[in-house]
Structures are given as C-alpha cells and as structure tokens.
Design a protein around this ligand. Structure first.
Ligand code: MRU
Length: 352
C-alpha cells in the first residue's frame, strides 16, 4: 500500500497535501516560496510540529535553488536568517521550526567564516542541509516507533494485545512520514499487538476525527473514534493499557505542550492507573525553557468553536476561549518520553 504523504519534495519542487480538505479530498498544493509556506502553516493546510518545520525549511530550499548565489556569504547569511525568522512567526507553540531555524542560521554563520567555501558553495551546503530534513525525520520516526512499541509492550507485561488511546494527529500527516505517537501505534500494529486504538475527535479543530481516523482507516489498524468527553468512560469501559500522544514542545523538566485536551488525558490516565506516553523527536525538547509555564500557547479563532463549516452552531453572543494547546505536567507522563534516542523519564532529559 502506498504510504500517505503530507509533503512531496523533488529537486526543488515542493507540494503539500491540503489538510483542511481532508478527508473529503486529497488535494496537493504547490509551495513556491517562504511566503507560501508561512501562509500554509498559519492556515493549517499543513500542521503538526515536525511537518511545520520541514515545510518551512524546504520552502527556503525551494527559494534558494531558484536564486542566483548572492555576491557575498554575508548577504546569503542575512537572507537566510531573515526568511527563517519570518517562518518562525507562523505559529508560536511548536518549537521545531524555531530549532530548525537556529540550526540553519548557525550553519550559515559558520560558512561565512570558512574561507575555503564561496557564496555559491555555501548556498548548496545550506540547501542540502534543509533538504536532509525529510529523510532524517522519517528515520527518527521509525526509531521512535520501535523504542515506543518495545517500551509499551514491556511495561504492559508483554500482553498479547493492547488497547491504546491517542489524541490529535501525530501520524504521516504531521511529519515527513510514519509519525511519532501514531508511529508507535503503527509499530505496535506491525508487531500484531494492537487490539484497538481509540482516537479522540480532538475538538475544536477535529484533527482526530478528520486526520487520525483517516490514517487509521487507510492503514487498516483496528480503531474506534470517541468524542473528547468520552475519554474517562472509555478508559474504564475498555480497560485501556496506554495513552500515547505527541508533543509540540517539551520543556527541560519534561512538562509537555500538546494539542488542547492532552492535559485532561494525563489526569484521567493517572486516576485510572494507565501508562501515559509522549512521543516526539528529540528536537521537540526545548532546553531553553525550564518548565511548561514559559511555553507560548496559541489562541485560535473563536469560529472553530462557534461554527461547523460555515454554519453557526453556538449561541450568538457567547464568549469563547480557544487555546490550541495545553501543558501536561511532567509527573503525569508516567510511561516516558519516547524519542529516536530512546525512552526517557522527565528527570533524565539532558541536551546531547
Ligand atoms: O494544531 P496542530 O494540528 O499543529 O497540533 C498538532 C499537535 O498537537 C500534535 O500532537 C503535535 O504537533 C505532534 S505532531 C507529530
């Protein structure tokens, strides 16, 4: 079966699957420059922390490939920095674009000082660095899947079949491919360990019912959609073994920002004695932020709550609060933080 591809990149040509149109239509749109990527990220045509960083970075590769090399490496560096600074402003909570930008700016700065490399060669090195993100992300996700599946199976006492609950969308659509939390579920399924996946609809934007359900059906993984307010009942009724979610940013102490509703799942998992895991690339850990309190939380348009499509469903005049994310305290992450480097307890996180 062909794998679901949110991001298609070939020799300077970038296309993304417009996730606003899923599941009704699989339509790819071209991203021709950094401005296109910024708008697609802001409008959530592409979303999910790793995918945001990859599309942002690849859009710069697209631009750089078309551009004649600037006269000096300093000019190149200024251009790269300006474009990346702009991309970082597209959405605030996920750290991945910021860290990808910092790494690329550092590389371009180092190239300025390297006498043996001219501006054209420096441009090629930066393009190659940006283009490598796609393959690196898939490799990281496969490793996350393996580590997570092994750890869950072991901590669940090597049961024959497991019931897992996930939130939001962390699959192929949110990454370069395979996924993080959904990648772990894919690996569990490959090992024939999945009895049932419960996916929340993830109100108000419905990444669960529109996107995760789509991926689960596409891959024929046994799955059931539940509303967000059914999580406690589902945990009790179906004897769920583990909750596994993604992350937009993990603070140095392990507090984790993820899609709104993740925190309540952490609380519920604890009170039902269910393992709670976060799965994310190591680059989602922001060691500059000591605790979750300093993570910026995106406020989303109220229309996501008051309207279904163009039809108003909430009483006119009602006030709304629509944060896109919440922070799950580290102590609720009882299973661990699954990364490509292994599974960590929150007090074991150190920069490498
Ligand atoms: O608003 P979104 O759809 O970008 O939020 C996505 C999430 O919260 C995901 O769980 C997170 O980015 C991890 S994606 C691998």
């Amino acid at each position: 079966m062909a794998t679901l591809q949110a991001i298609k990149y070939n020799d300077g040509s970038l296309e993304i699957l417009d996730q606003l149109l899923l599941p009704e239509s699989c339509t790819y749109i071209s991203i021709n420059n950094v401005q296109d990527a910024w708008s697609a990220i802001r409008e959530m045509k592409v979303r999910g922390a790793p995918a945001i960083a990859i599309v942002g970075s690849l859009s710069l590769a697209v631009e750089l490939r078309k551009l004649a090399a600037p006269e000096t490496k300093k000019d190149l560096h200024s251009l790269v920095k300006e474009k990346l600074d702009y991309l970082v402003t597209s959405r605030p909570t996920a750290v991945n674009m910021q860290l990808a930008a910092e790494a690329c700016v550092k590389l371009s700065n180092n190239l300025v000082d390297k006498a043996s490399v001219d501006a054209a060669e420096a441009k090629d090195v930066i393009v190659k660095h940006l283009e490598a993100m796609l393959a690196n992300d898939i490799a990281d996700n496969l490793a996350i899947g393996e580590h997570g599946a092994r750890d869950i199976a072991k901590k669940c006492g090597n049961k024959d079949k497991l019931r897992v609950l996930t939130h939001c969308n962390t699959g192929s659509l949110a990454t370069a491919g395979y996924g993080t939390a959904l990648g772990v579920i894919r690996s569990l399924h490959k090992a024939n360990l999945v009895d049932q996946v419960y996916c929340t609809e993830t109100r108000p934007y419905n990444q669960g019912s529109r996107l995760t359900a789509f991926e689960l059906v596409y891959e024929k993984i046994p799955a059931t959609l539940i509303c967000d307010d059914m999580a406690a009942a589902a945990m009790k009724e179906f004897k769920i073994d583990a909750v596994i979610v993604g992350a937009d940013r993990v603070a140095a102490n392990g507090d984790t920002a993820n899609k709104i509703g993740t925190y309540q799942l952490g609380v519920l998992a604890k009170s039902h004695n269910i393992l709670f895991y976060v799965a994310a690339p190591f680059s989602s850990i922001d060691f500059q932020i000591p605790t979750g309190q300093s993570i910026p939380i995106e406020e989303r348009p109220h229309s996501e709550m008051t309207h279904t499509g163009s039809i108003r469903t909430a009483a006119a005049g009602i006030n709304c609060w629509n944060p896109g994310f919440d922070v799950t305290p580290a102590e609720l992450i009882t299973g661990g933080i699954v990364t490509e480097k292994g599974v960590f307890k929150s007090d074991q996180l150190v920069p490498v």
